[in-house]
Design a protein. Structure first.
Length: 180
């Protein structure tokens, strides 16, 4: 060893063994092997992507089918709840010699059936009491009349309105007190 040469492995050159590659250490892959490895990984990722895309498409399609079925069966349930009302009306028209009291009693019973059917499907009437503050989200002002009431309060209800699931199906038609 010359005095200017640094020692290898911390040992003087005479005692140091030549460095040989470890036979068990992985060898550097050839460019062809690396390309084949990357192509295999790309094919695997492409397959996974296509499977995920197909799964998303199937989920979307199933969701649309379920929504269509829900709409169909919701309407079916509503129609089914109205059938007893129709039956009552048909039965009433079949009776030709009913007294006025019997007809009135039948009408009240049929109205109760209809009200129950509507309530079962969350259809609720809007019938504001006189003096209630006018709400443009639930009421439609048909006329304004001078009144002793506070301005913009309801004087009369001309036609009831209805909500379905807390959404206005038809606003109540009202007369509103005019400003003084």
């Amino acid at each position: 060893m010359t005095p200017t040469e640094p020692p290898q492995n911390g040992l003087p050159r005479e005692q140091a063994e030549p460095i040989t590659p470890d036979p068990q250490a992985p060898a550097e892959p050839t460019p062809e092997a690396r390309i084949a490895e990357l192509e295999a990984k790309q094919a695997e990722l492409s397959d996974a992507y296509l499977r995920a895309k197909a799964e998303v498409e199937n989920t979307r399609r199933r969701g649309e089918e379920e929504l269509a079925k829900a709409r169909k069966f919701a309407l079916e349930a509503f129609a089914e709840s109205l059938l007893p009302v129709r039956d009552s009306l048909e039965a009433a028209t079949a009776i030709t010699d009913a007294s006025a009291a019997q007809v009135l009693e039948g009408m009240h019973a049929t109205l109760r059936q209809l009200t129950q059917a509507l309530e079962r499907h969350r259809v609720v009437e809007i019938n504001p009491p006189v003096g209630t503050r006018f709400d443009p989200h639930q009421h439609q002002a048909m006329t304004m009349l001078p009144s002793e009431q506070e301005p913009n309060t309801i004087v009369a209800v001309l036609q009831k309105g209805y909500l379905i699931a807390e959404r206005v199906l038809r606003p109540a038609l009202v007369t509103v007190a005019a400003p003084r």
